[in-house]
Write a protein that binds this ligand. Sequence first.
Ligand code: KIV
Ligand code: ZN
Length: 521
Amino acid sequence: MSVATESEKDRVVIFDTTLRDGEQSPGATMTHEEKLEVAEALDEMGVDIIEAGFPIASEGDFHAVHEIAQRTKNAVVCGLSRAAPKDIDRCAEAIRPAKRGRIHTFISTSPVHMKYKLQMEPEQVYEMVVQQVTRARNHTDDVEWSCEDGTRTEHDFLCRCVEAAIKAGATTINIPDTVGYTTPEEYFALFQMVRERVPNSDQARFSVHCHDDLGMAVANSLAGVRGGARQIECTINGIGERAGNAALEEVVMALKVRHDAMPYVTAVDGTKLTRVSKLVSAVTSFPIQYNKAIVGRNAFAHESGIHQDGMLKHTETYEIMTPESVGVKQTSLVMGKHSGRHAFVHKLQELGYELGPNQVEDAFVRFKALADRKKLVYDEDIEALVDEEIATAQDRIKLVSLSIIAGTHGPQRATMKLAIEGRTVIEECEGNGPVDATFNCIKALVPNEATLDLYQVHAVTEGTDAQAEVSVRLSENDKTVTAKGADPDTLVASAKAYLGALNKLMIKRQRTKPEAMVVGP
Ligand code: KIV
Ligand code: ZN
């Protein structure tokens, strides 16, 4: 069987692993509903394969993969599994409802992984490759096999394993740079070598999967494509283990903008990239670096006089792609306290949101409250507000009210009211500054052992009445979560962010009822 016909030999398949490799990175947990929303957005954007999770890892992962498999209209839905038979069977069960489902099964093949992690001899690993692919192939005819730590695997052994996996029925062979160690030249040569030496290599599609430990994930991925790979595994905003994975928006736009140098095509609609990037940032609470390629807020901003002058004369002087090509709209000031529901709904559509009636209603009420307090309401304000609405929809602990006494004469004092699954509790605390007093109230109302690893404030737009966006990262034992809160009042934004992170921790713990954690009236 030849996988690529002549006409499709330059088509690169985009395999998104935001919901698997991305979600497994510290702090990036998503709720079930958030995963469904991200999967739907990826499908609409034209991603070919959605790796929806690791079904054996938890009940939550299983149900997410299963429901995404039920709902996805176009993309192949894939689940990850180790080499063990029960992993593969669980994965097969999770993807069963998919129109097109894939089992992605992996095992380590590098000397260091085999010796220390697996504690297995190479021959045992080789046997397992054959067994795992054969078992997966009995469930579905779309099977991907990955040799974990492929770039540090001995070439002879790598070629033997790849040949055996293809013979056992793997239709995609992924050679990951698991530890982000390779270089573009090396990765290019690796794919050329494997494709030349493995006799049945024409019977499978080869895939790249690069981590960004040395900042080369995108360059390595593109080099792998030049070496003959036709699938790129990547994540939105490059989230993923440690330094992350190759960023989907970067590989897609690099192939579009530099088609002259890299004549390959993908099916991704570039104009949807910004919206999906914001959605993933909102649900994971991972801020997007300002100067991030393609989707950073400065990616199309021109500050210096010389650049602005050039841009006014001709946009191509300093722009290699248009903002519109990645879905960036000009910041516009069209909403205010006189804007009605109809205009608001229209604005949401323009910004790419598809909300249910209840969410629209809640967002509209919050927009009105914001417009009353803030003279100018920008698109970014509405995005911050709606993203927070999406992220907090299922929160069990919500902020009802907060008042602060601050100023030069300490100690500062906060009074906070929370609703914990509908029950209202109140507390008053002092602190070394108003933020400390606010967080002390939360700790008194929701006792917890979590450590505050990060507290960061930035303004969503400009001016003294701008909304503050606060990011908070908490860790507890081996669990890390991040959450954002936005409000014109920095202290309210801080409280929302802290509570958002606690809500996420609770989902992670999946044990104590919030009432059990509450002290106070
Ligand atoms: O980085 C890696 O090796 C992986 C595999 C499971 C494909 O994520
Ligand atoms: Zn990975």
